[in-house]
Write a protein that binds this ligand. Structure first.
Ligand code: ATP
Length: 437
């Protein structure tokens, strides 16, 4: 370990007041309970990188569950304990969460299986982590508060921008780390250290990813698809030979250009007021599959347990994107209502794909105008208005509302007075003078 590096000043700057308070109090609580506690893993990396919004993971030498309970008590938070693993979550009323683990050694009964757990100490806990940059801890106890614990050179790797495993069998033991290596490398613009890269290539050659459950694979893949640099990460998965294990049946080259530009498209949409937010993973998923056969797409939706609704969005995107694209690209006058009808065949998660495929500025601008128009042109008249005219609910409602909406999109009516007049006129034209009943 690096002797004498204390980062409590940095912690005070980087951490939110509550996070700071929790770490302080964790140390005090441990002293009271006669155990020792450390912040460990990604949180230490994030403090050193001065990144905000971090997850607090505590490791306890002693009874982790007892410490979690005491900590929760101090904050009026809930505890969820997992006795078998010696872990617990402290759940704050506002959703904030602290993970507490008991320092332990993991024995793998066979590679990629669930770990068997046995009590041990911090060093062992850190040693079973994925990369050196994720294997540091901060001492939270008494006068050692803020001491950086770095057995494996994590700080130096962080400074030099290197992703490095702690031991040669790392990827064999837990192949999911192959994906994590790519995620951290691209997120931070780091390099995978040469020996680690060799071990990765070797592990991929041995097809270790086939031994990972699809649940774990999806969990990590979804993490990737939610990252800002998801496009580069997918490219890297391809370069390293992992693509066929995560998207079997999908030809990378067919979708490469789209994946390359998708992030920028999502950012543009965001700036136009159409943020993709929590569903950005689905935007990537749709982009990955857009050239695939319906069978391949369906198989992947099933493999990763997408919900019916999500799978439905994938399927409708696949069957409609070309049609929407050619409609949008049509030269000359195209009525807005016609464009809108096309666009409504697609879920919003397919918008980034569409924007990426529109290769001329005026087309992008047309798309933007259309999105804005769609957002702003919900007519103010609704079924109640039609009912108030004395019509009974039925197919006529839908048709009238559809017609007034199109008129609105095409600029034929401009305000609610004109909308009402339009609806009346439409109804009398289609159903004769006056209500039916
Ligand atoms: P992120 O910023 O994406 O949340 P993180 O490193 O905090 O990154 P988590 O998945 O929350 O990611 O993991 C927390 C810590 O647990 C990691 O920093 C690492 O020390 C350890 N860890 C997570 N997954 C693994 C794994 N598969 N193998 C070994 N250690 C892991």
């Amino acid at each position: 370990a690096t002797a004498g590096t204390n980062i409590s000043e940095l912690m005070r700057q980087v951490l939110a007041p509550r996070e700071w308070d929790i770490l302080r109090r964790a140390g005090e609580t441990a002293a009271r309970l006669g155990c020792r506690v450390f912040a460990a893993g990604g949180v230490v990396r994030d403090i050193l990188l001065q990144a905000g919004n971090l997850d607090i993971d505590l490791v306890v030498e002693g009874d982790g569950i007892a410490l979690a309970g005491a900590l929760a008590g101090a904050y009026g938070a809930q505890v969820r304990a997992h006795r078998r693993f010696g872990t617990a979550e402290v759940l704050f009323p506002d959703g904030f969460k602290v993970d507490v683990a008991t320092a332990r050694v993991e024995f793998y009964e066979y590679p990629a299986a669930l770990p068997r757990v046995e009590s041990s100490c911090l060093r062992h806990d850190l040693y079973r982590r994925d990369f050196t940059i994720n294997a540091m801890a901060v001492d939270l106890n008494g006068e050692n508060f803020g001491d950086l614990i770095d057995f494996f050179g994590g700080r130096q790797d962080l400074q030099q921008g290197l992703i490095r495993v702690l031991y040669n069998l790392s990827f064999i033991e837990d192949p999911i780390r192959l994906l994590r290596a790519v995620r951290f490398e691209q997120r931070y613009g780091f390099k995978i250290e040469p020996q680690t890269l060799k071990l990765m290539e070797e592990a991929v050659r041995r097809e270790v990813l086939t031994r990972v459950s699809t649940e774990r694979l999806w969990e990590e893949l979804k993490h990737i698809l939610l990252e800002k640099e998801a496009g580069r990460m997918l490219e890297r998965l391809h370069q390293l030979g992992m693509w066929p294990f995560v998207f079997p049946g999908v030809t990378y080259w067919e979708v490469q250009p789209v994946l390359h530009d998708l992030g920028a498209a999502m950012q543009a949409l965001d700036e136009w007021g159409f943020a993709t937010g929590h569903d950005s993973w689905l935007c990537y998923f749709i982009a990955v599959l857009h050239w695939s056969s319906p069978e391949t797409a369906r198989a992947l939706c099933e493999r990763y347990h997408l919900s019916k609704r999500q799978a439905g969005k994938v399927v409708s995107s696949l069957s409609s994107w070309q049609q929407v694209l050619s409609l949008l690209s049509r030269r000359g006058e195209v009525r807005n209502s016609e464009l809108a009808r096309g666009l409504l065949l697609l879920p919003p998660e397919a918008y980034p794909l569409i924007l990426t495929l529109l290769d001329e500025e005026w087309l992008k601008e047309r798309f933007r105008q259309l999105l804005l128009l769609l957002k702003e042109s919900r007519p103010s008249v609704d079924g109640n208005f039609i009912r108030s005219l004395g019509y009974r609910p039925g197919p006529v409602f839908r048709r009238a509302l559809d017609a007034v909406w199109r008129a609105r999109l095409d600029g034929l009516v401009k305000n609610s007075e004109e909308e009402k007049a339009f609806v009346k006129e439409f109804l009398s034209r289609h159903y004769g003078e006056g209500p039916h009943d």
